[in-house]
Design a protein around this ligand. Structure first.
Ligand code: FE2
Ligand code: FE2
Length: 169
């Protein structure tokens, strides 16, 4: 049985993973309408993954005798000045999510909830990967001037992890 304190933070994470998914969808939509189909493909595939993260929390809470609450998700921004600004936001957001996951891990240690602590290890590792890939793309985007954006966009498409719900480009 989940302790209420742990359940509450896991429910908070449902909202944060759901927001991550919507944030990346909004970013994908901006990229797609800005002629950046490779960046859009990468972001659509990220959005799919974030939805899976949200589902993992929903299923875990319910499986442990808690009650997953499906939240209202706030509206993400619609406009970005540049691809660099967009990926700066992605990295900042992933760092925020890492902090959020770490807070739950810290609570599970305090509460001696080793089952949830074990469940969270997947997310701890995932965040290492998420931050690294956001940082890699941000570093790349800093290297390209506007003239090379076409090639950059094409390269980014190849960096996404394959997800069945992502339309092929
Ligand atoms: Fe996530
Ligand atoms: Fe993420």
């Amino acid at each position: 049985m989940l302790k209420k304190t742990v359940e509450d933070l896991c429910n908070r994470q449902i909202e944060r993973e759901g927001y991550s998914s919507n944030l990346y969808l909004a970013m994908a939509s901006w990229a797609e309408t800005s002629g950046l189909s490779g960046v859009a493909a990468w972001l659509y595939s990220q959005a799919d993954e974030e939805r899976i993260h949200m589902l993992k929390f929903i299923r875990y809470i319910n499986e442990r005798g808690g009650k997953a609450v499906i939240p209202v998700i706030k509206k993400p921004g619609e406009e970005y000045k540049s691809v660099e600004e967009l990926f700066r936001e992605v990295l900042k957001h992933e760092e925020f999510i890492t902090g959020s996951i770490n807070e739950i891990v810290a609570l599970t240690l305090e509460e001696k909830d080793f089952n949830t602590q074990n469940f969270l290890q997947w997310f701890v590792m995932e965040q290492v990967e998420e931050e690294a890939s956001a940082k890699l793309i941000l570093d790349k985007v800093k290297l390209v001037g506007k003239t090379n954006m076409y090639e950059f966009d094409r390269d980014i498409s190849g960096l996404r992890r394959v997800s069945p719900a992502t339309p092929a480009t």
